[in-house]
Design a protein around this ligand. Structure first.
Ligand code: AVJ
Length: 320
């Protein structure tokens, strides 16, 4: 009903920061429409992503977990213990929690786009590990960010699992890694998960699963944007697409218009013709050599890496 629409317009305008409105509008109005992958992760999107991580087709999560299980003792020898464990994009903090009993950090610093998302997980972890100081931070890692003074600068270990680095363009990934290198002293280091280039069919299937969970994850973006921008996307008019672009070494996710569509929001609109796309995500895949080079170019050294038997995924540690 019209009255509901007006009510939610008012609340969207109250709650969405102007820079987010501008970022969304700029992306939607660009010749090749695009959106940032950070908008996947509303409440529904975060749950859908957790479901993706347990799908048979989505090998990265279980392969990375298996690499940690198999090589934990070797990793611990290389990394050492103590210091401050800085978890970039911590979510439910489960991956970092597995490291506590072996790396014995003095401080745990989970970072996520919303500090609110971290609160429950950190409260539970603090009960299990009372002697680890925990400082949750809300930071958007795709923008400029700095660690506050509460984060100890004695052996900072940046933990960036899951191949989230793949969401950056390679030149942005380099800038991001350089920023990490500049954010610690020579006692620091990075422990990072990297998805590797592999057979196109395996990659395609991992992002177009047969249950349609990744399709739901991609389409849910439109509902989140409706909430943020008070736009009128109709999910039924859009089709999930995902494929490995071999030349660019990246998975691309798109939403394709099934028909001619006009999308409106307060202050703007965009007409999409049938088959026009919104580019919603890139997920870059690297070779071991290319990522070792990237870490080295960023100012890290002594890169160690561990992989699974199929060499589908790699975990790398590099010293500052
Ligand atoms: C969270 C960026 C690592 O690229 O594999 C999963 C996101 N998108 N399925 C990835 C994602 C579709 C995921 N990252």
């Amino acid at each position: 009903p019209e009255s509901n629409r007006l009510n939610s317009t008012a609340s969207a305008e109250r709650t969405t920061p102007a820079h987010i409105i501008h970022e969304l509008e700029n992306g939607l109005l660009a010749d090749a429409a695009h959106t940032s992958p950070k908008y996947f992760y509303d409440a529904v999107g975060s749950v859908l992503f957790e479901a993706i991580c347990v799908l048979p087709e989505y090998y990265p999560t279980r392969t990375e977990a298996e690499i940690f299980t198999t090589h934990m003792a070797d990793m611990t020898n290389v990394i050492g213990s103590g210091g401050s464990l800085i978890d970039l994009g911590a979510g439910n903090c489960a991956k970092a929690a597995r490291l506590f009993p072996v790396l014995h950090p003095d401080q745990y610093v989970p970072i996520d786009i919303s500090v609110h998302h971290l609160q429950d997980a950190v409260r539970r972890l603090q009960q299990r590990f009372p002697h680890i100081e925990m400082t949750a931070l809300g930071l958007d890692l795709s923008q400029d960010w700095q660690l506050p003074v509460e984060v100890r600068n004695d052996k900072r270990l940046f933990f960036f699992p899951g191949s989230s680095i793949g969401n950056f363009e390679p030149h942005q990934a380099l800038t991001f890694l350089r920023h990490l290198r500049a954010s610690c002293d020579s006692s620091g280091g990075i422990l990072i998960g990297v998805d590797l280039i592999k057979d196109k069919t395996l990659l395609d299937d991992a992002y177009a699963d047969t249950l349609g969970v990744t399709a739901a994850f991609n389409l849910n973006l439109l509902r989140h944007i409706n909430h943020l921008l008070h736009s009128d996307f109709d999910v039924r008019q859009w089709q999930h697409e995902a494929y490995f672009n071999t030349e660019k070494s990246r998975i691309e996710m798109h939403l394709r218009a099934r028909e001619n569509i006009r999308v409106s929001w307060p202050g703007g609109y965009r007409n999409f013709i049938k088959d026009e796309h919104i580019h919603t995500e890139n997920s870059y895949k690297y070779s071991i050599d290319s990522f070792v080079n990237l870490l080295t170019e960023a100012g890290f050294s002594h890169v160690s890496h561990w992989t699974d038997a199929n060499a589908w995924f790699a975990v790398m540690y590099a010293k500052a």
